[in-house]
Design a protein around this ligand. Sequence first.
Ligand SMILES: Nc1ncnc2c1ncn2[C@@H]1O[C@H](COP(=O)(O)OP(=O)(O)OP(=O)(O)O)[C@@H](O)[C@H]1O
Length: 285
Amino acid sequence: MPVLRLVHPEPAVGPTEARRRKIGLEKVAVDFATRGKTVRAVDGVTLEVPEKQFLALVGPSGCGKSTILNMVAGLLAPTEGTIEYDGAPVLAANTRVGYMTQKDTLLPWRTVADNIGIAFELRCRKASAGERRERVAEMIDLVGLGGFERHYPAELSGGMRKRAALARMLIYEPETLLLDEPFGALDAQLRLLLQQELLHLVERRQMTVILVTHDLEEAVLMADRVVVFTSRPGRIRATRDIPFERPRNAMELRFRPEFSAIHEELWNELKDEFAASIGGERGAK
Ligand SMILES: Nc1ncnc2c1ncn2[C@@H]1O[C@H](COP(=O)(O)OP(=O)(O)OP(=O)(O)O)[C@@H](O)[C@H]1O
């Protein structure tokens, strides 16, 4: 099985080191008008993400995690409150972030190489065809999709599509990654491999990351800080610093007793919210 090939990460920066604020949400609320009703999806969320932090958002389905990513990406404006990126309000599409949405949104009528190449053209409009070819080949190699350049998305497995989407995002060289369930549909082994390689990549490029995941284990393995949301409307229920050093070895970390202790602590917060969200959905029917 091909895996991401990355050089060894540079020395880590400790998670507790004081850093500049990269992303700020201040008293953010979001309402959606749907079927003649107004639904509050997110309520009173204040959150700061320092640069180079790896933040994970967890919470029950429908609590507004994707909505938060959409706002940081500048695709949705909050109903109340403000979103800032590098000290300026986000008022339009935020071109400094790479956004990997839950659906991979690869263009079905384009090959893998073209899907990635189009993203490069959007970023570097004046690049030559040779430069485009070179960068696309580099990205394909990086995500281990060599040999599949001319395949169309429908000809790829779920994991390969995720890799293609990852390459398409990385060719922009974003300073910040917004990842919405990036490994959701993958089998456990591939998931672990990609988690590990993503950790290396983030470390090497010193990126800021917000990861949305349903998988609490994934959140604790990867993040410097985990935020637990309540069921809808999403509010912050708990925030936990994850004290493990970087670079991390996700394969080894999950067997440590400290890992289990933190996982259990966060699960105790989360399980009530899952119960509340299921109760809420039944009540709404
Ligand atoms: N464009 C929209 N119009 C109407 N309602 C919406 C819209 N987008 C999201 N919602 C609603 O807002 C709430 C939050 O949705 P969101 O997708 O952010 O949740 P989530 O936590 O990411 O869920 P999941 O974990 O299932 O992906 C949900 O109740 C959803 O139905």
